[in-house]
Ligand binder design. Structure first.
Ligand code: NDP
Length: 434
C-alpha cells in the first residue's frame, strides 16, 4: 500500500487474490523463490497521456488517457477501455490486475491489460464522441498491435466507440489489422455473439453453479443491476431460462417491475434512444422507479446479478439480500461486491459466482474474434455460442476443482483465483526473471 498510495480499488483486488492463493504458496515455495508475487502485482508497463478534443461549440477540453499493460506471460495484453468520469489509475490497475487472472481462466492465449479515460460520454454528440475517440487513438495506436496489446470495450465503450477508434487506428497505421481491437461491427471484422457474450456467459456459469446445488433459473425471481451491455444480455438469457427478472438500473436509479422487465423496452431506451432507465415508467406506469442505485438490493429475489459497476453491492446490501432469502449471487460487473459483502454472503450459505470467472465470457469471445480475424473467416452465431458455453463450463469445472484441491471445497472465489494464478505463474517461471 505504501508503494501505491490512494489506490484503494487496486489494493482491494490484490488483497482478495493474494489471500486466496495463500495455500498454493505454502505448497509451492518455488513461486516465492522466483518473486512471482512481487512481479505479478507490478504492471509491465503503464502509459498515461493527454487527450485533447474540441466540443461542438469549438471549446477545447483535455482528459486523461490510460493504458495499463499488466502481464503478457501467456499472450498479448488484452482488456477493455473504459470511458467514465470516475476513471483513475487505481481503477484501471484494479481492472488490469483482474484481467490477468480472468484471461488465464478462459484457457485462451491472452495476457491482461486495461485502459480508458475520465472522459464522460453522457450528453455528448456523436461528433464529440468521434473527435474524442480519434484523439485517444492517436496516442494509443503507438502502444497497441495485433501481437502486443488488443483493447476492447467496457463501460462507456460499445460498438460506436470501437468503430471510431478502429477507423483512426487504420488511418494512422495504414493497415487493416482487424485483430487489433475487438467488439467491432459485424461488417468489418466483428464476431457474432460478442455483444451477448458477457451476459450470456454469466448465465451459463451461474446455471451450472445452481445445478450443483439442485437449483435452476426456472420460475426464480432475479434482480439484475445496470442496463448496459452486460445487464441487457443477462436479462435476455435469464428470461430464456424461465426466470422472472423484476429489476434493472442505471447510475441514477432503478426500476422495479413486478410483472417482469420488458427487455424490448429497455433496449429501446438504452440502445436506441440512449436515454435514462427512469423513462421505463413513462411507457409502463404499473412499474416503479426509485432514485439511487443501492435500493435495488432490497427487492426480494432468489438470485441477484450485479452487472453495473465496482463496489455496488456492499455489506448492507448483502444483509438485505440474505434477509430476503437470496440463494445465489453472480457477478457480471467487475468487482461489484465489497470484500465484507462477499464474506457475509458466503457465511450465510449464499452461492457465490465471482466476477473473474463468471464474467469471463466477454473476453473469451473477444479472443475468438481475434482467432476469426487471423483466419479471415467467420463462425456462425451458434458456433461461437457453443464455444462460449464450453469455455464457461471449463472455467466452472476448473475453479471447482482447484478449490477442492487446495482445501476450500465449494468456494469458487478461491478456486478461480488459484486456477487463474497457476497458469500465469508457471508461464512466468518458465520465462525466467523478466
Ligand atoms: P455499459 O456502459 O454498457 O453499462 C454500464 C451500466 O452500469 C449502465 O447501466 C450504467 O448506467 C451503470 N453504471 C455505471 N456506473 C455506475 C455507477 N457508478 N453506479 C451505478 N450504475 C452504474 O458497461 P458494461 O455493461 O459493458 O459493463 C458493466 C460492468 O461489466 C463493468 O464492471 C465492466 O467492467 C464489466 N464487464 C464488461 C464486459 C463487457 O464485455 N462489456 C466484460 C466483463 C466485465 P449509466 O447508463 O447511468 O452510466
Amino acid at each position: 500500500q505504501a508503494e501505491n498510495p490512494g489506490e484503494t480499488e487496486f489494493h482491494n483486488t490484490v488483497k482478495e487474490v493474494l489471500t486466496s492463493i495463500a495455500p498454493v504458496l505454502e505448497k509451492n515455495p518455488k513461486y516465492q523463490q522466483a518473486a512471482i508475487l512481487e512481479r505479478i502485482v507490478e504492471p509491465e508497463r503503464v502509459v498515461m497521456f493527454r487527450v485533447p478534443w474540441t466540443d461542438d461549440a469549438g471549446k477545447v477540453h483535455v482528459n486523461k488517457g490510460y493504458r495499463v499493460q499488466f502481464n503478457s506471460a501467456i499472450g498479448p495484453y488484452k482488456g477493455g477501455l473504459r470511458l467514465h468520469p470516475s476513471v483513475n489509475l487505481s481503477i484501471i490497475k484494479f481492472l488490469g490486475f483482474e484481467q490477468v487472472f480472468k484471461n488465464s481462466l478462459t484457457t485462451l492465449p491472452i495476457g491482461g491489460g486495461k485502459g480508458g479515460s475520465n472522459f464522460d460520454p453522457k450528453g455528448k454528440s456523436d461528433a464529440e464522441i468521434m473527435r474524442f475517440c480519434q484523439s485517444f487513438m492517436t496516442e494509443l495506436c503507438r502502444h497497441i498491435g495485433l501481437n502486443t496489446d488488443v483493447p476492447a470495450g467496457d463501460i462507456g465503450v460499445g460498438g460506436r466507440e470501437i468503430g471510431y477508434l478502429y477507423g483512426q487506428y487504420k488511418r494512422i497505421r495504414n493497415a487493416y489489422d482487424a485483430g487489433v481491437l475487438t467488439g467491432k461491427g459485424l461488417n468489418y471484422g466483428g464476431s457474432l455473439a460478442r455483444t451477448e457474450a458477457t451476459g450470456y456467459g454469466l448465465l451459463y456459469f451461474t446455471k451450472l453453479m445452481l445445478a450443483d446445488a439442485g437449483l435452476d433459473y426456472k420460475d426464480k425471481t432475479v434482480v439484475i443491476s445496470g442496463s448496459g451491455n452486460v445487464a441487457t444480455y443477462a436479462i435476455e438469457k435469464a428470461q430464456e431460462f424461465g426466470a422472472k427478472v423484476v429489476a434493472c438500473s442505471d447510475s441514477n436509479g432503478y426500476v422495479y417491475d413486478k410483472d417482469g422487465i420488458d427487455l424490448a423496452l429497455v433496449k429501446e431506451i438504452k440502445e436506441v434512444r440512449r436515454g435514462r432507465i427512469k423513462e421505463y415508467v413513462d411507457a409502463k406506469p404499473s412499474a416503479e422507479y426509485h432514485e439511487g442505485c443501492k435500493g435495488i438490493w432490497t427487492i426480494p429475489c432468489d438470485i441477484a446479478l450485479p452487472c453495473a459497476t465496482q463496489q455496488e453491492l456492499d455489506l448492507e446490501s448483502a444483509k438485505a439480500l440474505v434477509a430476503n432469502g437470496v440463494k445465489a449471487v453472480g457477478e457480471g460487473a467487475n468487482m461489484p461486491s465489497t470484500l465484507d459483502a462477499i464474506e457475509y454472503l458466503q457465511n450465510n450459505n449464499v452461492l457465490f459466482a465471482p466476477a473473474k470467472a463468471a464474467n469471463a465470457g466477454g473476453v473469451a469471445v473477444s479472443a475468438l474474434e481475434m482467432a476469426q480475424n487471423s483466419m479471415r473467416y467467420s463462425w456462425t452465431f451458434e458456433e461461437v455460442d457453443n464455444k462460449l458455453k464450453n469455455i464457461m463450463a471449463d472455467i466452472y469445472e476448473n475453479s471447482k476443482r482447484c478449490a477442492k484441491e487446495y482445501g476450500h471445497e465449494g468456494d469458487l472465489l478461491v478456486g478461480c483465483n488459484i486456477a487463474g494464478f497457476l497458469k500465469v505463474a508457471d508461464a512466468m517461471l518458465a520465462q525466467g526473471v523478466c
